[in-house]
Design a protein around this ligand. Structure first.
Ligand code: G4P
Length: 284
């Protein structure tokens, strides 16, 4: 999904979220493991105050595993529960379920002491567009899910997915708005494919990516494109164009075709598992 946000959208989304959050015990926030900081929205901290918080580092399959671990530690240090996952895999939902119960264990215990048994924990999923919210809800709820609001006699309004006797999930995710003010954030969102490519120049994006890869993932660049020198990004792009036959009629390198190829291969994980930001940069 590609998107553009305007102030009106944000106000509406925020108001909706304020209402929905009142109904839940726990906020499950998905971030993209390739850009865990840039795909977060700090407003959720304010909105989700006094609620349990679980961060899912999603698309962890596309991100650098050492960085996945570093980011998990970073968020845990801040007091969040964290699970790394690939939302497409139903097998990976077990630890998420365990983490939900763990985050809510005080509430469950409180209920138990009051003699309330089996009141499910209520959770909602939030995150910026394209981070994997719907995929996660589908995997997590599976086929066995029942939308409690659809049953006759159930009050209209919010639809809850009853996962089991322990957990209910609000069936529509909360869409968070990205932090566009910072240009670096905009660039990273574009690199992972969350902003329309037309908004940003693909050639420039690919040069930024090459510059980052050259510094942080030289082995992957070498293995995929046979780039074995430390040239400037523009030379690297020219070399990719040459190696992959992206050549214009007159024999000139077709930079744009090479840029699209590079972006496609990066986004689909073909170049390797790559993370575009590191926790130590965020704490400086
Ligand atoms: P959203 O509701 O937050 O907007 O995101 P959605 O679930 O629609 O997921 C967006 C895309 O990301 C989907 O790809 C989905 O398959 C993919 N995706 C979700 N979770 C993961 C994950 O953990 N790992 C990987 N590798 N991919 C994941 P799509 O339908 O093919 O769309 P697109 O990628 O062509 O945009």
């Amino acid at each position: 999904m590609q998107f553009q946000w305007y102030p009106g959208h944000m106000t509406r989304a925020k108001r909706q979220m304020q209402e929905d959050i009142k109904l839940v015990d726990l906020v499950i926030e998905l971030v993209d493991a390739r850009i865990p900081m840039s795909s977060q929205n700090p407003d959720i901290d304010e909105l989700g105050r006094q609620k349990g918080r679980l961060i899912l580092l999603n698309k962890a399959d596309l991100a650098d595993d050492a960085q996945n671990r570093a980011w998990s530690a970073y968020f845990e240090e801040k007091g969040y529960a964290v699970v790394r996952m690939d939302a497409r895999s139903r097998a990976q939902m077990k630890p998420v379920h365990a983490a939900i119960l763990d985050v809510c264990r005080e509430k469950i215990e409180r209920d138990r002491k009051r003699g309330i048994k089996n009141r499910p924990v209520r959770a909602m999923v939030v995150g910026i567009p394209n981070v994997g919210k719907s995929t996660f809800i589908n995997s997590f709820a599976g086929r066995a899910c029942a939308k409690t609001g659809n049953k006759p006699g159930v009050t209209k309004g919010k639809q809850w997915i009853r996962l089991n006797k322990n957990v209910e999930l609000l069936d529509t995710p909360g869409i968070l708005w990205p932090k566009f003010e910072d240009q670096r954030v905009g660039l990273k969102l574009a690199l992972i494919g969350s902003i329309k490519d037309e908004i940003l120049n693909i050639d420039e994006m690919s040069l930024e990516l090459l510059s980052y890869l050259r510094q942080n993932y030289p082995g992957e660049l070498r293995a995929r494109y046979g780039l074995n020198d430390e040239s400037e990004p523009v030379k690297l792009l020219a070399q990719i164009a040459k190696n992959r036959s992206c050549i214009k009629k007159g024999g000139e390198p077709d930079f744009s075709r090479a840029a699209y190829l590079l972006m496609d291969e990066f986004r689909s994980g073909i170049i390797g598992r790559i993370t575009l930001e590191r926790p130590e940069e965020e704490t400086q």
